[in-house]
Ligand binder design. Structure first.
Ligand SMILES: C[S@@+](CC[C@H](N)C(=O)[O-])C[C@H]1O[C@@H](n2cnc3c(N)ncnc32)[C@H](O)[C@@H]1O
Length: 207
């Protein structure tokens, strides 16, 4: 889906009165656990959507940059952050091209599903933004989610696997694995209830 399609989705959520936006208000449990153990520093959240990762990180004290190609998504994210008194450097940009021109202590990407070549290229480029000692976290829907899980794009070519994510980064891989997510306690969106989803997690460090 291009930026116009995503803008429509975010506009639709706003018109439907979903003040919290399209996605959950808390980041993925694994992101909270891993990032929660790190020393505070600079972070960039690529494909931030309506900002749940960026807002959570900023609330903890991270200095956050957040990027998405949907202006409507960023508007919701900015409003949510400002309502919580949080300052985040919001950037409108296409993940296929956007370049920060600097490094970050933490790079996060959650549920960005491009075609396989583009997914790999984006993760490879984002790996270069991780400062020495820094961390890369990528989480998305796994290919097995099609048969064993709920949510996500119904197209295998857009989905992740541990092998694909491991091969996409030149960084030292701490974990590249399938994880089962309980959508009641760890939803992707506000409507998720009572089922499980299969995600892929990549945790890598610039050692
Ligand atoms: C499923 S949402 C995930 C949002 C957020 N990361 C989260 O987990 O709540 C996917 C997001 O990726 C963004 N996106 C998709 N393709 C993109 C691209 N090429 N460049 C930048 N953002 C993109 C969409 O606008 C959307 O906000």
């Amino acid at each position: 889906m291009d930026e116009h399609g995503w803008n429509e989705r975010y506009r639709g959520a706003r018109e439907a009165g979903q003040d919290a936006g399209l996605w959950a208000t808390q980041p993925h449990q694994q992101l909270r656990e891993i990032a929660g153990r790190l020393s505070l520093g600079t972070a960039v959240d690529l494909a931030t959507g309506d900002g749940r990762n960026a807002i959570w990180l900023a609330d903890r004290g991270w200095d956050v940059t957040a990027v998405d190609f949907s202006a409507e998504g960023l508007d919701i994210a900015r409003e949510r952050a400002e309502a919580n008194g949080l300052s985040i450097d919001w950037r409108l940009g296409d993940a296929n091209q956007w370049a920060p021109g600097r490094e970050f202590d933490l790079v996060t990407i959650t549920y960005l599903h491009l075609d396989e070549a583009a997914n790999i290229a984006v993760i490879r480029r984002a790996s270069q933004w991780v400062s020495p000692g820094g961390t890369l976290l990528v989480i998305g829907h796994d290919k097995e989610n099609l048969t064993r899980g709920t949510g996500g794009p119904p197209d295998e070519t857009l989905l992740y696997s541990p092998e694909m994510l491991r091969a996409a980064t030149p960084l030292k891989v701490v974990a590249a694995e399938r994880i089962v997510r309980n959508t009641s306690t760890d939803p992707e969106g506000p409507q998720d209830t009572g089922t499980t989803a299969i995600d892929t997690l990549l945790h890598a460090v610039n050692d």
